[in-house]
Design a protein. Structure first.
Length: 442
């Protein structure tokens, strides 16, 4: 079959041959006949860019001569370039060069897209090529294309997701075993769920990049990784997990993107990543181990949930190959898929305008009038209290009677809640604000 490029097949270049790249290469070769039948033209793997050519890759069904260290040349010789090397540079330069030479791009690079997505979209539009990136969020879970295409006629108003498998494994293990943070991170590293340096995961950077991509698609607005409010899970303690259990909740690192209205009436977008308690009855609470899930709320479609394996070679390769087939079909038919949709151009609202709830644990004096002082701090900042629990204990050092006061608020702006916590810290009856955690999904 002859394509609009005048050839009987489509040339594919692969940048990167790590865990994901190796899985992509295997699937390209192993499933070559099926892929050709689904696309309407065969795919020809013309090269794989690697750091070192001499490395033993005998487990891959790929001729040794296809491996090259000259990625810059390789991207000029392909109809489709698959990028799975990650990072900002040289990935950005390579993809821009590929598109300038007429190649469509399939990438799994969430960091680059969250950092400089508009530049890539503009290059794709200028060259008349596709830019697909399903594997950039939640591995094998098909979420980006449904957001970009299936829900294109609907109004999405909220996206709530668990989009990092490492942190979900850690928090799930803490909930199941009662172990502390450091212990469960070490376990995740031993099982291969966490890197030797897990900071990108546990500090929330990975989830923030994914949240930016989800928000951009959901709200037709450019959202970068820097626009996302971010808190990781390094401060989550076994006591926080136990407090969540007492409320019949679990703690999850959530990526939350929603349309909201600021106090001055301006409609905008709020995007945040942070640990939060959610009820065990919520669908996301049942997401265990290193799995991912994304919960979408839309005006007409209602509530939708996408669940599956969020990382790993084969799951991510599945998403890459799905994009490859879509892009290749467009080349065979002479068309393109949808490009960037940023027409809404909504303002990104600061975290202070987000509406949430707080679980606040206080160490207070056990004497008359304390509860009234605490309640006054809430009243002064306009935050309503939903529940109060008190546990009296004896302070080991002085023998003075102390109490642990646990308060759960109604919904309020983050700014008002933060002001409340500051006011509580300044109360003479409050010895310590022991912990503060947001509550979602109630």
């Amino acid at each position: 079959m002859t394509t609009d490029t005048g050839r009987t097949g489509l040339r594919v270049a692969l940048l990167g041959c790590g865990v994901v790249g190796s899985a992509v290469a295997k699937m390209l070769v192993t499933n070559a006949d099926d892929l050709a039948a689904r696309i309407g033209a065969p795919l020809e793997l013309v090269g794989i860019a690697v750091r070192r050519v001499g490395k033993d890759r005998s487990d891959l069904p790929v001729p040794e001569e296809l491996f090259t260290t000259d990625a810059a040349d390789l991207v000029t010789r392909a109809d489709i370039v698959i990028e799975v090397i990650g990072g900002i540079d040289p990935a950005r330069e390579l993809l821009l060069s590929a598109m300038a030479h007429g190649a469509s791009v399939v990438t799994a690079n969430k960091a680059l897209l969250a950092d400089d997505g508009p530049t890539l979209y503009a290059a794709a539009d200028a060259a008349g090529v596709d830019l697909y990136y399903e594997a950039a969020v939640a591995g094998a879970i098909p979420i980006l294309r449904p957001m970009r295409e299936s829900l294109a006629g609907d109004d999405v108003h909220r996206v709530l997701g668990i989009v990092n498998g490492t942190t979900n494994f850690v928090l799930d293990a803490m909930d199941t075993t009662g172990a502390g943070f450091e212990e469960t991170v070490a376990q995740a590293q031993a099982l291969g769920y966490a890197e030797a340096d897990p900071s990108a995961d546990v500090e929330g950077f990975d989830a923030a990049a994914k949240a930016a991509l989800l928000a951009s698609l959901a709200f037709h607005t450019r959202v970068s990784g820097g626009d996302v409010f971010r808190e990781g899970i390094t401060e989550v303690t076994a006591a926080d997990i136990a407090a969540a259990k007492a409320m019949d909740c679990v703690v999850k690192l959530l990526a939350i993107a929603e349309r909201t209205t600021a106090a001055d009436g301006i409609a905008g977008v709020s995007v945040r990543v942070h640990p939060a308690m959610i009820p065990r009855t919520h669908p996301l609470a049942s997401v265990r181990d290193a799995y991912n899930a994304v919960f979408v709320e839309a005006k007409a479609a209602g509530q939708l949930m996408f669940y599956g394996r969020g990382a790993g070679g084969d799951p991510s390769a599945s998403a890459v190959l799905g994009d490859l087939v879509a892009v290749a079909r467009h080349l065979v038919a002479g068309g393109r898929g949808p490009g960037e949709s940023a027409y809404a151009d909504l303002p990104i609202l600061p975290i202070e305008e987000s509406v949430t709830r707080y679980h606040i644990s206080l160490d207070v004096d056990d004497r008359p009038g304390v509860l009234a002082q605490v309640a006054q701090a809430f009243a002064d900042t306009g935050v309503s209290i939903e529940t109060v629990r008190q546990h009296v204990r004896t302070h080991a050092g002085s023998g003075a009677a102390r109490a642990n006061l646990v308060i759960v608020t109604h919904g309020a702006t983050e700014g008002a809640l933060s002001a409340t916590v500051d006011a509580l810290a300044g109360c003479e009856c409050v010895a310590e604000v022991v912990s503060v955690m947001r509550v979602e999904g109630m």
